[in-house]
Design a protein around this ligand. Sequence first.
Ligand code: ADP
Ligand code: MG
Length: 262
Amino acid sequence: MSNVKDAPAREIDAARLPVMLNTLRLPTIGKIWTQFAAQSDREGWGAGRFLAALCEHELADRDQRRIVRHLRESELPPGKTFATFDFAAVPSVRKAQLTALAESDAWLDQGANLLCFGPSGVGKTHAAAAIGYALIERGRRVFFSRTTDIVQRLQAARRDLSLPSLLAKLDRFDALLLDDLGYARKDQAETAVLFELIAERYERRSLIVTCNQPFGEWDKIFPDPAMTVAAIDRLVHHATILEFNTESYRRRAAGEARQRQG
Ligand code: ADP
Ligand code: MG
């Protein structure tokens, strides 16, 4: 008798379920539940196992969707990953050091920095971007920008009084990659905003910097010597410094191509 009374309660409203899952933002469960329900019925899973299986799939997909979103927002240069990086081309930088940075959360959690120095074409941007990609794969958020571009954005924000909100937006990134810091010039732009960005993130949020100029030439970047010293102090206080002392990868690749032809 109870069978008859319970029967309608066991039926589920199959049309309403997708709506509910959508409202709860569970798209993966929406896609897989019928297949899993059939398997669960066939194999006699308990309700707990069925629910756990659905949740696990939803969470795994959610992680994946987040990574895709973080990759899109990062503006990292395409293709500059460790898969395409020839570690042997930069003997001055140990592979273990680069991969340790890529595989560790500790330095990001401490707001420590990574500074990559060396002449043009030696792979600074490529290596820094590769670390950025690896960090995103680990679930972190990274934003890549040429330093001159971000200085312009910060200045525009200062003009229309939205600097705090832009800084807050940038603050959501675990690491900000400032590419070619040495190209920012105090005579081109008011780079005091760059100092503000460095000071704002100090000991809280990481910066990854690539730069062609040694510190000795940074007085060309900041408006005055005191600000230059203060910026360097903050950047190096908790930092890994990598020196890319090698021949230009571009030039060497071109030379090898010529040799093969000749
Ligand atoms: P930098 O930032 O030091 O000026 P880049 O990272 O832009 O140099 O490198 C210049 C070019 O050479 C890029 O196309 C980069 O992908 C390539 N490249 C540089 N170093 C390497 C390397 N070790 N392995 C593979 N490609 C490299
Ligand atoms: Mg570069």
